[in-house]
Each structure stands twice: as C-alpha cells, then as structure tokens.
Design a protein around this ligand. Structure first.
Ligand SMILES: *[C@@H]1O[C@H](CO)[C@@H](O)[C@H](O)[C@H]1NC(C)=O
Ligand SMILES: *[C@@H]1O[C@H](CO)[C@@H](O)[C@H](O)[C@H]1NC(C)=O
Ligand SMILES: *[C@@H]1O[C@H](CO)[C@@H](O)[C@H](O)[C@H]1NC(C)=O
Length: 390
C-alpha cells in the first residue's frame, strides 16, 4: 500500500511538471506520453492492488485498510478456492455486528463427570437468573447435580482424550449448543477445577462491555510452541503464524460463529497437530484457536486468558491448590494481579510480561482460576462473599 501511495505522489509531480511544460510548448507528443504513462501506471497499480480495496483504503483510511495491512500473507500468493471462500465468510461475520437487548453469558463446563464446585457457582449465579446460561459437557460419566442452575443443562457429550482433537470437538459442541440461544453474547470455557474470582456483576461487565475475545496467543520458539509445528500445514498455516495459548478461552459471539463455519483450518489441525506425529507431540487445543484467531482477527483478541493458573513450578501440570492454601490473602493476591505472563518453553525459557488492558485501561487480569482440589470447596464457600467484594 505504501508503495501505491508514493507512486501516486510521483504521478502528481509528473502531472504538475507536465502541466507547466505544456504551457511553455503546447506540444502534442508530450501530452500523449503523459497520458500513456498515466494510464499504464494506473493499470499496473490497479492490477497489483485491486480497485475496491484501493479506493476503500484512500476513502476510509482507518477501518477499510486495516484488513489489508493485517493480512499481507493473504495477498502474497494465490489463494485456493477453499481459502477464498473462507475469507469471504469470515470477513462477512466480522463485519456484521451482533446485538441483543438482553445479553447473556454462556458458562460452558468441560468436565469428566460431577462438578466439585457447583455449590460455589450456585452462590455466584444467585439472583442473576436472566443474565447467564449454563452448559455441561461431561465426557466420562453423567454428573450428579446439586445446584438447580445445573440440573438439565447437560449436553450430548462424547469421550474426550487429553491432547487429542476430541478436546477441540468438545469445545465446539459446547459452543454449538450455547449458540442456539440468541441472547448468548459471550462464551466462557471452564473446567471442573475452575472457580470464580469475582462476583457475578464484575464478571458480567468485564465480558459483555468489551469487543474482544480473551484468547491467549503468543509466539513460543521452544519445543512446546513452534517445535510442534508441521510443514504439512502449509500453505494455509505458515510457521510464522503458529501460536500457542491456553485452551481456557472466553469469546464473543462473532468468534464463536466463525469457529462453527471453519472447516479448512480446523482440518489442518485435526490432521497435522496431534500427539505422536512425526516424532512430535502437538496438542490441537493449545494451538488451533490461538493460531486461527491470530491469523484472521489479531486485533479482535486480547492475546491473554481470563483464567489464572500457576505454572511457576515448571512441571507438566500446573500447581493445584489444597485446602490449607485457601486464605483470604491468597485469593486476594490472585484477584489483584494486573500483569499477565506467558512462559516460553525450552532453552529460551522466556517470561513475557504485559499489563492487562481492558478497553485500553489497566485492569486485573483474571476472572477465574484453576486448579483447585475438591477439598477446597468449604473454605472457598465461606470466603466467597469476602474475597469477591471489590
Ligand atoms: C464495540 O464496538 C461497537 C460497534 O463497533 C462500538 O460502538 C463500541 O463503542 C465498542 N465498545 C468498546 C468498549 O470498544
Ligand atoms: C494481539 O497480538 C496481535 C499481534 O499478534 C496484535 O496485532 C494485537 O493488537 C494484540 N491485541 C491486543 C488487544 O493488544
Ligand atoms: C475479609 O476478611 C479479611 C481477613 O479475614 C478481613 O480483614 C476483611 O475485613 C474482610 N473483608 C470483608 C469485605 O469482609
């Protein structure tokens, strides 16, 4: 684009110069040369930069162009029919604002069976009946519910194998069920070991009054990031676009619909990002959404998750909290965090920190936290109204 602009400026200079020369000589050949030059430059420019995008960019310099600036890769090679179709659908969905008079948040629980923290969530949901919906995907056994907010909310579920595409399929199944309710505007994925860190109003306002999805997405050049990338994903997914992030997302309705519409990129990850492939272990639930949204709507995601987890022990699984860990001070220390971190893997082992922004203002990063052992329930219940008071 920048090249096109400088061409235009150059062109204007040529015309001005030509104009003064004209007045001096009024010779026909100069006129013709200028005209031919103008027409050819125009044609070349129009060929390299299709006319609609060019015009749109000059006229609406902020909105229209960002699409083209953001995705230079889409124009540097010829797209397949599937990719073109996919771009059309994605852009159409992104450009169609969705609004509801009664926006609700869908809380989607991905669990093997019974949820140990239903009583805590029950407390969290109380008196906010018209502003949320609950969905439960139980992959191993039918849960026994103790809260009426959860009764009858189990969706059709399939077996989930950790690290396999069945995990992504379960996430998509939850999204599909939650999308059936047109009032659901924001969709939160939660595990059986997740607990709320704030009261309902705080969480509701944080998620509804923003235009981004909270999907973690960062570059990890180590073995647990780019080390999992497979060249088979080319040409649609290039290594420079490959991203890593936690599976625990929250997303706006447009993004959830885009996931329903996507089979092209999903298929790439289903086929080429799986455990034990070509000597690599790739886990689609940690790469598909972070990579996909980085590619199609980088400005539409916050690049961070709203679910806290403690990886500081450097083990395969994050730290899990016991009953004795649960104190008012401990919970407040998590709710107060306002700088997010991503830790890259391997020898690089870099800690990337960034302030957590909410609509451009620094705010606490986390609305939920994991992992809590079921034994922490009673202490969480007795502290809930205290630690969630702002
Ligand atoms: C979200 O987007 C809508 C429509 O583009 C806009 O009117 C609104 O101000 C945005 N809200 C925030 C918090 O950015
Ligand atoms: C997320 O990261 C992308 C770069 O990958 C950046 O363009 C975008 O602005 C970031 N989003 C926010 C909300 O900062
Ligand atoms: C919560 O508990 C802490 C420690 O027990 C106490 O200092 C604080 O005043 C309590 N806060 C509220 C809002 O009840």
């Amino acid at each position: 684009m920048r090249k096109a602009v400088s061409w235009q400026v150059g062109l204007r200079d040529t015309l001005v110069m030509a104009g003064s020369r004209q007045r001096q000589h009024l010779r026909r050949p100069v006129w013709i040369i200028v005209l031919v030059t103008f027409v050819s430059i125009f044609l070349i420019t129009a060929y390299v930069y299709p006319p609609t995008s060019l015009a749109a960019c000059y006229i609406f310099s902020s909105g229209g162009c960002s699409m083209f600036y953001r995705q230079p890769a889409f124009y540097s090679r010829e797209l397949s029919d599937d990719e073109t179709a996919s771009q059309v659908v994605i852009k159409e969905i992104l450009n169609t604002p969705i609004q509801s008079k009664n926006p609700k948040i869908a809380f989607m629980f991905l669990t093997p069976g019974t949820l140990p923290f239903e009583k805590l969530w029950d407390k969290f949901f109380q008196d906010h009946e018209d502003r949320f919906t609950v969905y439960v995907h139980a992959s191993r056994q039918k849960p026994k519910h103790v809260s009426h907010y959860f009764v009858g909310r189990d969706i059709h579920s399939e077996k989930v194998v950790w690290g396999k595409i069945s995990m992504v399929d379960a996430e998509k199944r939850l999204l599909a069920h939650a999308l059936l309710d047109p009032h659901n505007q924001h969709f939160v994925l939660l595990s059986d070991s997740c607990v709320p860190l704030h009261n309902f109003d705080y969480v509701y306002n944080y998620l509804i009054f923003t235009n981004v999805s909270f999907i973690e997405s960062f570059i990890d050049n180590g073995p647990r990031g780019n080390g999992r990338y497979s060249e088979h994903m080319m040409p649609e997914v290039e290594k420079t676009d490959f991203r890593r992030g936690s599976q625990w997302f929250s997303m706006k309705r447009q993004h959830a619909i885009i996931i329903m519409a996507d089979s092209l990129y999903y298929t790439k990850f289903r086929l080429y990002c799986k455990p034990n492939m070509d000597g690599r272990n790739c886990y689609a639930d940690e790469h598909y959404l972070p990579t996909f949204f980085h590619m199609i709507d980088p400005g539409g995601i916050a690049n961070r998750s709203v679910t806290n987890v403690d990886w500081s022990e450097g083990k395969w699984h994050p730290k899990a909290y016991r009953a004795q860990d649960i104190t008012y001070e401990f919970l407040k220390s998590i709710t107060g965090i306002d700088v997010g971190l991503h830790v890259t893997s391997g020898s690089e082992n870099k800690v990337i920190t960034e302030p957590c922004l909410w609509n451009g203002v620094k705010r606490p990063c986390y609305l939920f936290a994991r992992k809590f052992y079921p034994e922490t329930l009673d202490r969480l219940l007795s502290l809930f109204s205290n630690y969630t008071t702002v």
